[in-house]
Design a protein around this ligand. Structure first.
Ligand code: GLN
Length: 283
């Protein structure tokens, strides 16, 4: 059966709308078709009444079926855009989220010149690579405990031709020995291990180790905060992404670790999402 671009989009949108909100359904239908046709959104609009070439229909239908089975769009496409960078994404990595752009913006505000930056749990490399791109004089070290995630991050660095990031297999600070940094950033796992959201939507397809962190979601954050002062230069900053309801707990942990200038920032959705603190400037 032949379809116009518009007809295919409308049918796909109706099917997708059974399990995602209508505006997302519409966008996802477009994204799948743009991917298969290798065109942009302007093309879809200009060619709305064109018939879809027969060879493309089974391809886009198979992607739509995968999406209808719940597979994340980022996995179907194999990539996700983050802070203007197109990043390879696989089931071994967290899918970068717009919330995390708040952390990158805050980091870039603190960075001047040739700072040493550490990204803990880099996943696709999203945070490290966005910083490396926008603060080219920085030297970024990005660690992850997962070898398969690190391989994805290193591939992203190569594709983006960013050579000021070094990747290292490390469970948080374990492999860093005596290195010190001017800025430590992390989007660690912070979801409560029995949170029902872990069984819903895209989260079902992402590595549990990148999402959940003990019964209160704070197990990894606690460890990072306890160890961070040893890896910060005097005056250096620690910046952590956390859950919408964890700002107070994170602030208390930072305070208990002797860090100062504690401050929480909100994401685009208005939720407290990033908390930062500084190691004292004079010893
Ligand atoms: N740092 C990566 C990101 O923000 C991965 C974070 C994670 O796996 N928890 O996308």
């Amino acid at each position: 059966m032949s379809h116009t671009v518009q007809q295919w989009l409308q049918t796909a949108r109706q099917q997708l709308a059974q399990f995602v909100p209508p505006d997302e359904a519409s966008m996802e239908a477009q994204i799948l078709l743009m991917h298969v046709l290798s065109v942009n959104r302007a093309w879809l609009i200009a060619h709305a009444t064109d018939n879809l070439t027969d060879m493309f229909i089974p391809k886009v239908e198979s992607l739509l079926q995968r999406r209808l089975q719940g597979e994340p769009v980022a996995h179907i496409l194999g990539s996700r855009e983050f802070f203007g960078l197109v990043l390879k994404v696989t089931p071994d990595t967290l899918i970068p989220r717009p919330d995390t752009e708040t952390l990158v913006e805050a980091a870039l505000e603190k960075i001047n010149g040739r700072m040493r930056v550490l990204d803990l749990g880099t996943g696709t490399g999203a945070i490290a690579l966005a910083i490396a791109k926008h603060a080219p004089a920085c030297e970024v070290v990005a660690v992850d405990a997962s070898a398969s995630a690190l391989a994805v991050a290193a591939e992203n660095a190569a594709t983006l031709q960013l050579s000021n990031v070094q990747f290292l297999a490390s469970n948080w600070f374990a492999a860093l020995h005596a290195s010190k940094f001017d800025l430590i950033v992390s989007n660690p796992p912070y979801i409560e291990s029995n949170d029902p959201h872990l069984q819903q939507g895209d989260l079902r397809f992402e590595p549990m180790s990148a999402l959940a962190s003990g019964v209160d979601g704070l197990q990894d954050i606690r460890q990072i905060i306890a160890q961070a002062p040893d890896y910060l230069h005097a005056g250096g900053w620690l910046m952590l992404e956390h859950g919408y309801n964890q700002a107070e707990a994170v602030q208390q942990l930072l305070h208990a670790a002797g860090l100062q200038q504690i401050q929480t920032l909100h994401d685009l959705g208005g939720n407290p999402r990033v908390t930062l603190a500084q190691r004292q400037t004079t010893e």
